[in-house]
Design a protein around this ligand. Sequence first.
Ligand code: FAD
Ligand code: SF4
Ligand code: SF4
Length: 482
Amino acid sequence: MAERMLKFTTIERRTPEKRDAEARDRDFLEIYADFIDAKATEQASRCSQCGVPFCQTHCPLHNNIPDWLRMTASGRLEEAYGLSQATNNMPEICGRICPQDRLCEGNCVIEQSGHGTVTIGAVERYLSDRAWEEGWVKPLAVQAERGQSVGVVGAGPAGLAAAEQLREQGYAVTVYDRHDRAGGLLIYGIPGFKLEKHVVERRTQRLADGGVEFKLGFEVGRDATLPQLRQRHDAVLLANGVYGARDLEVPGGGSKGVVAALDYLIASNRIGLGDTVPAYDSGELNAAGKDVVVIGGGDTAMDCVRTAVRQGATSVTCLYRRDKENMPGSMREVANAEEEGVVFEWLAAPRALLGDAEAVTAVRAVRMRLGPPDSSGRRAPEPVDGSEFDLPSQLVIKALGFDPEDLPNTLGAEDLGVSRWGTVKIDRRTQAANLDGVFAAGDVARGASLVVWAIRDGRDAAVSIQAYLQTKAEAPALVAAE
Ligand code: FAD
Ligand code: SF4
Ligand code: SF4
């Protein structure tokens, strides 16, 4: 084995080729090319096969990274894929959009010894893409039907991961989603240049082919309440994400031309999927020919600035109140945005939106400096007196983050317990909510987070739901025996 591995001192770290900014800034196709076979094998061979692999510890799914790297380096690709998919329902999606620099790769010992991390995400993506091409991705292996059913609210990564795990165990699974397509933010939030839609669609199609029933255009709270779903199913999983967009509380914040990030991204993704979107055609949700200012510094803001570039904006500026080191978004995405011509105004916050009766014309901003740490431990930004400046803008996109909706109210379940942040209150060991047979996973339980954590929660919830259903199935027998 040793001769095939540990090559980090002789082989340099290489990521897959990235298309030049000029070649990619007018389309919504992914910007990274596939690894060619030889490259994946070579890069996997850089792994030093750590006895205590920190990459694995810091992957929320605890993927068996060293083993699948070793198999890749030996050309045993199908086996490597088998191992990778055993812990992850969507390895090719995580390989594309996990912030690896903060998770697996950021904790690779080779990185810490100054040789550049093993490109774990790119190899993970390569293995699964090859698996789809070669037919190694098998249909769902469904066990004998158990005669119990689970209702899943939300077809995002948390709901889909749980649906797959439960269906394979022989439960009847119905996934409800208020959108007309399954995938949650994988379909309607994250743009195609990070994750092409066919990559998501083939996963959801595999679930449908395996007998998972999708009820789309079905809003829980409107088309059925949570208590009604509890009547219909033996257990219910809430995986409905966080959709309460934080608002911009400055004068002029409600002007025409000021739009919410998710409305903007959904419109763009719909256009990419071939839908007609009147608000895009009218220009309301279209950056073409405009000076665009995006307010915020997270992944959503990065996706908005890069979408605006591709729509043909005249200029794109990102306004963030902290500095680059303290922004929540991935550094990889900031670098991509900078290459594509986005201007970043770090340490700057909006004071007012200026405009006429028709629409917004500029953002009045103020320079900030970082003061002492606040209650969260992060240094709190504070305005610098007399530092105001104006940025001309005809489209302002608010990307200030998301909170849960008023869940007891929107789901028609007043007795559903929520935390002080509005997320579903759960027992962290079991994902169980306070109502019998109701569980929660993903953003709706942990707050806005990451796809990989949503998958982890969905898998954990599936284990607990199965335990719950087994107890429930045995209960009548026990009662009869007494
Ligand atoms: P979601 O993906 O939000 O899915 C929830 C589903 O529930 C939705 O389909 C919704 O329509 C449905 N729903 C909601 N309410 C109801 C109801 N009442 N009835 C029926 N259906 C309902 N994470 C990363 O790891 N990498 C990234 O690069 C990244 N980029 C992001 C970019 C953007 C723009 C955004 C907004 C988020 C990004 N994230 C990223 C975060 C990631 O997308 C989420 O953490 C993840 O999708 C959460 O999964 P989920 O299944 O909990 O919820
Ligand atoms: Fe890294 Fe994400 Fe893959 Fe885990 S799932 S190995 S964190 S890319
Ligand atoms: Fe390999 Fe890096 Fe993981 Fe060690 S930490 S097993 S070198 S990928």
